[in-house]
Write a protein that binds this ligand. Structure first.
Ligand code: ATP
Ligand code: MG
Length: 662
């Protein structure tokens, strides 16, 4: 009979097995999308732990987004190594900072700045500079870039000469804004998102006791999505390593999509030079997608500009993927008259797939900007199809979920005392408690916050059904509550049943049976502000990331005008040239359907974050009350580009804060 270790290796091909069994020394895996990089490193961790080479407490796995970290924890848990830490750089640094702050600095950790744009506005105003939205957005982006590039207000002007005139200011003025922003923050005892990493780096550099303690804690490091590491994250990683080389990195230079935050595939491509003794492994077999999807991805990459000078040619060649799966349906290319027709067409196609047996949770609609999601929320709601806007990893940070757990806990105490012997089943108890929070079996009409809240509570009900089935009748409410608390600690969220609506940026590393890439017109893809060759290259990589999320069904669609009956002044994305077959489908919602959709569309009346009534026209326009921070769907990185810096950060923070070690 096969041992556990043998079974872990059995699920891998030869190259992946080499990754999994090279447990010591530097290892670099450079491979395209869907080739099993994440699978290889999670199996490597499991193999290392089960064979006794790794102590699970002494290994740190790092990835780029909280959602990808949650996905990795799920995979590790499934391999029996749930106690291994898988985190984002920020989450890992924040924990270390919270732990070492009293010893290294003294006092309490400063607060995390939530109103970055306001602080930058104030800094600019003090210097009597223009503070319109676009200027502040550009100032914020430049300060962020400077910080992740580890520049200070003192050396910025000298080091950033290649930046031209950011936000329209000369470099000396820019440096003064940077200084003034830093001063305001320090005076008020705040730190921002980048400070979390910068301060951790500073402490590790200056305090040998802290550095020794962290290095003693972590012996082995694994970094997924390494193509998007920033200079600051790289420095942190180097400090954690402290000259050791127990490091395994995996990445795909063709999926670098966060350059605007200072990330660069340079570190990935230079790995072999930096560690000449490294084991360098390439994977080319694509296990995720059908040959039809793989061919499209290969074509998109083949059409790109040749890589710039300096990169190691052998390593920067686009890796052509070789499909392993059997044939699937041809990707569809759909041209629609307007956004509404596009959304209705997508919803109708999703309905067909559901009817043919594809699970809603196995489908995703991916868009370039979060503003595009609304049309799809409307269309899916109108078609009676459940959806989730937010990543599963934030499930336990949602207010309705925290409230539900509190109520369930209260009920479990009461039940213990008074209802011993005569009590209803667990699923019924859970339904009763959640009903007191407004839950009903029937999904609400319409979308927005109300729908999202319902989806969260429905996921808890479904989990209660599932666990009482699998754990038997003895599994009671208190057990359910402690299970929820454990899952919250491990961020092991139940899957919310429903189609995922997500930005392309937040989709990296993930996969679905059916993927709908929408809004593929010039101005949205590439986005209008990607106005130079590098920017357009990055947009192409973003589309590559999108295409390669699909296992089987792939739809690429665009519309010719924004509004029904509007001027058809949009052109299909330039990236579609050479990908599109001779004929294109025409997406049409039947006239009645789109008329009905228009008739039922009302301006939102309640805040989609907290659900309270909206009072002003401005609030209704954005669908959110003035007291609420942006909801999670806005808190992805393109929000950083579109001014909502402070919101992006504050929306991300709770996930780190509630993350506790077992
Ligand atoms: P990305 O670049 O998008 O992050 P990746 O290289 O990390 O992709 P994975 O997510 O690890 O790829 O794997 C893609 C899919 O292929 C997953 O569903 C995974 O389980 C499957 N897979 C990978 N390797 C194998 C294998 N050897 N046999 C069967 N399935 C595999
Ligand atoms: Mg991956």
């Amino acid at each position: 009979e096969a041992t556990l270790e043998e079974r872990i290796l059995a699920g891998l091909d030869d190259e992946q097995r080499l990754v999994a069994t090279t447990l010591n020394g530097p290892v670099c895996v450079l491979a395209g999308a869907g080739t099993g990089k994440t699978r290889a490193i999670t199996h490597r961790i499991a193999y290392g732990v089960h064979s006794g080479v790794y102590n699970p407490q002494r290994l740190l796995a790092v990835t780029f987004t909280a959602r990808a970290a949650a996905e990795m924890r799920t995979r590790l848990r499934d391999l029996g190594v749930g106690s291994v830490q898988a985190r984002t750089f920020h989450a890992a640094a924040l924990r270390q900072l919270q732990f070492f702050w009293p010893q290294a600095v003294g006092g309490e950790l400063p607060n995390l700045l939530e109103h970055k744009a306001a602080t930058i506005t104030e800094a600019a105003r003090r210097l009597r500079l223009n503070t319109d939205r676009a200027t502040v957005r550009d100032l914020a982006a430049e300060i962020e870039w400077a910080k992740v590039s580890m520049l200070t207000p003192e050396n910025y002007a000298q080091q950033a000469q290649h930046r031209g005139s950011p936000a329209g200011f000369d470099l000396v003025t820019m440096a003064r804004v940077f200084q003034s922003y830093e001063d305001l923050k320090t005076d008020r005892n705040f730190i921002d998102f980048e400070d979390v990493l910068l301060i951790t780096v500073g402490i590790l550099q200056e305090d040998p006791r802290v550095a020794a303690a962290v290095r003693e804690q972590y012996r082995h490091f694994v970094v997924d999505e390494y193509q998007d590491v920033s200079p600051l994250q790289q420095r942190l990683l180097d400090l954690w390593l402290g000259g050791r080389d127990e490091l395994c990195v995996v990445g795909d230079a063709s999926q670098t999509i966060y350059s605007f935050t200072g990330a660069s595939s340079r570190h990935l491509l230079d790995f072999g030079r930096r560690y000449p003794q490294a084991e360098l492994i390439k994977l080319v077999r694509d296990y995720r997608s059908t040959p039809q999807v793989v061919q499209l991805a290969n074509k998109l990459l083949a059409a790109r500009r040749p890589a710039g000078a300096g990169a190691d040619a052998a390593w920067s060649q686009p890796l052509q993927l070789i499909a392993q799966r059997s044939e699937g349906p041809a990707p569809s290319f759909v041209e629609c008259a307007d956004d509404e027709a596009e959304a209705a067409t997508v919803a109708a196609r999703i309905r067909e797939l559901i009817d043919s047996g594809v699970q809603p949770a196995e489908m995703a609609v991916l868009f370039r900007t979060n503003g595009q999601s609304e049309a799809y929320e409307q269309a899916l709601s109108a078609a009676g199809i459940g959806y989730q806007l937010r990543g599963g990893e934030r499930f336990f940070a949602r207010k309705e979920v925290r409230d539900a757990i509190l109520s369930l806990r209260a009920a479990s105490r009461v039940d213990n005392t008074y209802h011993e012997g005569q009590s209803p089943t667990l699923p019924q108890q859970v339904r009763d408690v959640l009903a007191s929070l407004g839950y009903s079996e029937q999904a609400p009409n319409g979308g927005g916050a109300v729908r999202e809240r319902w989806e969260s509570l429905a996921a808890l009900v479904a989990l209660a059904d599932e666990l009482s089935g699998s754990r038997g009748a003895a599994f009671a409410l208190p057990d359910f509550v402690s299970e929820l608390q454990e899952r919250a600690a491990a961020q092991h969220a139940p899957t919310v049943q429903g189609v995922t609506l997500a930005s392309l940026h937040s989709a990296k590393g993930l996969e679905w049976d059916a993927v709908f890439l929408v809004g593929l017109s010039e101005g949205l893809m590439p986005i209008s502000f990607a106005d130079d060759a590098e920017g357009v290259d990055e947009e192409r990589r973003l589309l590559y990331v999108g295409i390669t999320r699909a296992r089987e069904y792939l739809s690429l669609s665009w519309s010719l005008s924004r509004t029904p009956g509007g001027r058809a002044n949009r052109k299909p994305s330039r990236f579609l040239d050479g990908l599109r077959p001779g004929s294109t489908e025409t997406g049409r919602s039947s006239a009645t359907r789109s008329a009905a959709a228009r008739a039922t569309r009302k301006p939102p009346a309640v805040c989609r974050v907290c659900g309270s009534a909206l009072s002003t026209g401005a609030e209704r326009k954005i669908g959110r009350c003035s007291n609420c921070p942006a909801s999670y769907e806005e808190a992805t990185f393109e929000a950083l580009r579109e001014w909502r810096l402070e919101e992006a950060r504050s929306a991300q923070l709770p996930a780190f804060m509630i993350f506790t070690d077992a």
